[in-house]
Design a protein around this ligand. Sequence first.
Ligand code: GLY
Length: 375
Amino acid sequence: MAVIEVALAGRAYEVVIEEGVLGRLPAAADAFLRSYAGGRAVPFVADSNTHRLFAAGIDADLAEQGFVADWFVVEPGEDAKTWPVLERLTDWLLAGGVTRSDHVFALGGGVVGDLVGFACAITKRGCGFVQIPTTLLAQVDSSVGGKTAINTKSGKNLIGAFHQPALVLIDPLVLATLPDREMRAGFAEVIKYGLLGDTAFFDWLELNGDKVLAREPAALEHAIATSIAMKARIVAEDERETLDRRALLNLGHTFGHALEAETGFSDRLLHGEAVALGMVLAARYSARRGELSDSDSGRAAQAIAAAGLPARLPSLGLTCDGARLVDHMRHDKKAEASTLPFLLLKGLGAAYVARDVDLADIAAFLDDELVRSAV
Ligand code: GLY
């Protein structure tokens, strides 16, 4: 078990990482259930998968303590992060009599967490929420740090708010039912922490990544706790991403976003897979600039390939050129600029924000990468 504090003044909260914590939810979330002691139903939001897997157990555990859960269930996938679903959810919360001292429970992956967090940011000008992330990606990244958002026709996550949860409950046991591909996609974000700021953790992942992917309890808990401890530190230092600290968490994301856009934000390339390949590209581009050794760039790519994640651009079968991928990056930032901030590496465990990157050079680099044969 590990308990990590996100030390934000006046809004500090705990991230509890414990096998089986979902099975003792009433005790673990005791302080956040008290406002429902008068008999009002406790609002839970889930997708249809997490509802099917976990709702009956939660209902029974709550009933033993005299609570009743009311469930708002969304379809799995990004379509739940839309205005119509947000409207239905906020109407549902208001109809249930939600107050500012209540907490809404979000049980699911990043989609559910982002949707519920944003709904809670704006309902009654801000009510509380508890994150219970059920994917590895949500457990090591999106459930912590208070970035909440929905998608609109202008792009992903462009409408949202910083709104911190009051508690995050991470039960590694729920990952037993996670498909292997999603497990690997979440593992990409774990590798990210090693690459961006913790060489020893990266070394450990090289040796123990297979145990994490096999969901061996001790390895899995260590990977989650180390990731969250770093994220908690960074969020406490730079909650709103204004100091070039939190931006480090976007390692691999600018390249990755272009790949997701080119593949239509579809199952063809999951977000974590795009981040994985994006980190390889960031490492290789850093080596091209002479800031990272070829051997360290190779180690980064090897760790990603060893996890069964995409590590070579040709593996995606894209038919576009580098300029088109750069256009996706520009579109993301709503700018026709010749440069964008890029997360690059000065070493394994030493990411930094580069502000002198020429996008024409990125396009030329990507043209080379699109035909590269070896990892
Ligand atoms: N996922 C990146 C962040 O929370 O800042």
